[in-house]
Design a protein around this ligand. Structure first.
Ligand code: DX5
Ligand code: ZN
Length: 228
């Protein structure tokens, strides 16, 4: 399989008062926009609502909006995002495991791509039932809730496992990694089998480089990693 790497800057890492300008400034350098939705309950933080996703979609038509739901009340919150301009919605396996299959189907039936995510403490085995249905598996490489945390290296073992399962079973999901990714460890992430790379603080909080410059370096390093 010819692998393509998708770079997905996490809007949570941007200066909230400059999000529009920051997206414009890196528009030729990203593939997806990663949007974290937090409810103050599943994680101890609050972020964006469906109107924000709608505004992104309106202002950046054609942009692939990768919504990462970190919420408990899936029955209430998922419908809010189904028609919000999201291209893909990822839900957490830890949220309401009994709803996982139904919620993924709901997303798919609405014509969107669906993803499932696991926290660092959750094993890949917990989602084996939905691997066939999912368009994307998101491996959290930090405890969800905040940007700027340190990358948990053992998450790459899960990436590796998912990469092998996909080959053996002929599944179609993309493998995404989120949390603590920077210009250097992107190499290991790609070598381990990641297709989609989320990065927040590395892209938006570099004192010496613009987001576009960081993404250019990430692209270069990921392409090198594919050759190894
Ligand atoms: C954390 C979020 C991430 C976060 C990544 O809960 O899911 O998307 O924005 O930020 P960095 O790259 O700074 O770890
Ligand atoms: Zn995220």
């Amino acid at each position: 399989m010819n692998r393509k790497i998708y770079l997905a800057p996490s809007i949570l890492g941007a200066n909230p008062l400059k999000i529009y300008d920051e997206i414009i400034s890196m528009q030729n350098n990203f593939d997806w926009l990663h949007l974290d939705i937090m409810d103050g309950h599943f994680v101890r933080n609050l972020s964006f609502g469906p109107d924000f996703a709608r505004a992104l979609n309106k202002n950046f038509p054609g942009a692939f909006i990768d919504v990462h739901l970190m919420v408990d009340e899936l029955k209430i919150i998922l419908p809010l995002f189904i028609n919000s301009g999201a291209s893909l919605i990822t839900i957490h396996a830890e949220t309401e495991p009994q709803l996982l299959h139904a919620a993924l189907s709901e997303i798919k039936n609405a014509g969107l791509k669906c993803g499932v995510s696991i926290c660092p403490a959750t094993p890949v085995e917990n989602i084996s039932e939905v691997l066939e249905l999912a368009d994307l598996i998101l491996i959290m490489s930090v405890t969800p809730g905040f940007g700027g945390q340190k990358f948990i290296k053992s998450s790459l073992e899960k990436v590796n496992k998912l990469f092998s399962i996909r080959a053996v079973k002929n599944y179609n999901y993309l493998i995404e990694i989120d949390g603590g990714i920077n210009e250097s460890n992107i190499i290991d992430a790609v070598k381990s089998g990641c297709d989609v790379i989320v990065a927040g603080s590395a892209v938006f909080n570099d004192k010496n480089k613009t987001p576009a410059q960081v993404l250019i370096n990430m692209r270069k390093n990921s392409e090198e990693a594919l050759k190894i």
